[in-house]
Design a protein around this ligand. Structure first.
Ligand SMILES: [Zn+2]
Length: 497
């Protein structure tokens, strides 16, 4: 495939992003079923979300409130009156054979949000609409090699997810960023995640599917000038990590460029992203709106939020992410780079909670961005999903600050906490990890080391202080690392100089 640089030389990419957010409401959009993730398949269903004859939907007020708050946070206008619509299509994971969604009357429309890139530059992303809808169930294709339907021997379906409230946020075509398009796509999704988390409307876990991104990509030849129409787009579905968003857009730009340069044309279609191979493959050809035979949902009343309610919700919006970051950076004394790294690592909330539990901002940052990030990468999980709480990290730092464990022992304490052995204090006790602070025991170990290494001791006595490192090492080994190296050095030098 051609390189990204070559693709960009010939074409200007235009992207559009559709993000589905699963709302964190206790019950579903149109029935009282629970929404707990990971429950036994088909245990959270009822006649309404199974689409059984005679069942009728009832709107979830908390979901409507969340949708309005999302719209407001994205600077959208809120519809004074709007309806749900039926989007008709057949798919086994959708028991009603239509999805209750919104079509030409979204709850929120015409907004914009400012996204900050890694280099500090701000890009304004215009929002076309944010509308309410319900999620589908989940199909599981069994017996094939890929988990896809092709090659499977049979399929199972779980309707627990059917009817969970979603908000779909759709951008207008994003034209300005040009070669930065993949990076902007990623930064936008990261920005949305931060915003939604601050709103408290969703747990926004991409790996569990509560935040899903579809990336539209099209290319325009540079030779055509700025006023030419947009090229034919493809829609890459359900890209489920921030890194994948960037990779998928980049790949799609290269793929389309190669196709166009060879004289071919881009097919309007959905595509699947393959995380392992880093390529997209064709899905179904893209339906047009008319294929869905949308019509207003006759079983639901229109949504007509009063201006007073909308105003009230506007006044209770959280601090916008950009302002919050600036405030925290000032409060914590973080440089711009430190702050950017913290946000980039998805550690802002974790550092904030750790500081709230008593750790200094710099030590909290160090734990989450160094040791814990390394472990999260090794485990292939998100930082927030490591089995250690900000409270425990603060406690661990407290042990270091109190001189009860050194850095090396602290990492062993962390091993124990991550292995589920309890609080840092508990692990220190159970594993016997506290540093030896009793000078009697330390002195005995120092004397032993001097006796074991008379030649080294002689060098130190002759003024070669640097040689004392070997003695300190011997003491630390003897005490299995459970000593404060600086104190050991003091004692060694006291003995020999
Ligand atoms: Zn139900």
């Amino acid at each position: 495939m051609i390189s990204y640089v070559e693709a960009i030389e010939h074409f200007e990419p235009v992207i559009g992003l559709e993000v589905h957010v699963e709302l964190g409401t206790a019950s579903k959009m149109f029935c009282g079923c629970a929404t707990t993730f990971g429950a036994e398949p088909n245990s959270q269903v009822c006649p309404t979300c199974l689409g059984l004859p005679g069942s009728l939907p009832v709107m979830n007020g908390a979901a409507v409130e969340s949708a309005i708050r999302i719209g407001l946070a994205l600077g959208c206008d809120i519809a004074g009156w709007c309806r749900f619509a039926r989007k008709n299509y057949f798919y086994p994971d959708m028991p009603k054979n239509f999805q209750t969604s919104q079509y030409d009357e979204p709850i929120a429309f015409e907004g914009a949000t400012d996204v900050v890139l890694a280099d500090g530059e701000t890009v304004r992303i215009e929002i076309e609409r944010a509308h309410m809808e319900e999620d589908t169930g989940k199909s599981l294709h069994v017996g094939g090699a890929t988990g896809r339907i092709h090659g499977a021997s049979h399929s199972l379906v779980d309707y627990n997810r059917a009817g969970i409230p979603l908000v779909e946020i759709v951008t207008k075509p994003v034209i300005g960023p040009d070669a930065q398009a993949p990076e902007v796509a990623r930064a936008y999704v990261a920005h949305l995640r931060e915003l939604l988390l601050a709103l408290g409307v969703s747990d926004v876990r991409m790996e569990q599917g509560s935040l899903r991104c579809d990336a539209n990509v099209s290319l325009r030849p540079r030779s055509g000038g700025p006023d030419q129409p947009l090229g034919t787009r493809t829609e890459t579905k359900n890209v489920n990590s921030l890194r994948s968003v960037e990779r998928a857009v980049r790949h799609e730009i290269c793929r389309q460029a190669e196709l166009l340069l060879a004289g071919g044309s881009v097919t309007l279609e959905t595509r699947h992203w393959h995380e392992d191979t880093g390529v997209t493959t064709p899905g179904r050809s893209k339906e047009q709106a008319e294929d869905y035979r949308y019509f207003p949902e006759p079983d639901l009343v229109p949504v007509a939020p009063s201006p007073q309610w909308v105003d009230h919700l506007r006044q209770t919006l959280p601090e916008p992410p950009g302002e919050r970051r600036a405030r925290l950076a000032a409060q914590w004394g973080f440089s711009e780079l430190e702050m950017r790294d913290t946000v980039g690592a998805g550690a802002l909330e974790l550092v904030e909670s750790t500081v709230a539990c008593g750790a200094s901002p710099q030590s909290a940052r160090k734990w989450w961005l160094a040791e814990l990030s390394r472990r999260a990468r090794a485990e292939g999980v998100e930082l927030a999903d490591l089995p250690v709480s900000p409270q425990q990290v603060a406690e661990l730092q407290g042990l270091v600050d109190g001189g009860r464990v050194n850095d090396q022992l602290a990492r062993q304490v962390l091993d124990g906490v991550l292995a589920g052995e309890g609080s840092p204090e508990q692990v220190v006790t159970d594993r016997g990890l506290e540093v030896v602070s009793d000078d009697g025991a330390l002195t005995a170990a120092v004397d032993q080391a001097i006796a074991d290494h008379p030649d080294v001791a002689a060098k130190v006595r002759d003024g070669k202080i640097a040689a004392s490192g070997a003695l300190i090492g011997a003491v630390m080994k003897q005490l299995r690392g459970q000593a404060d190296a600086a104190r050991v050095r003091e004692l060694v030098l006291q003995r020999l100089t």
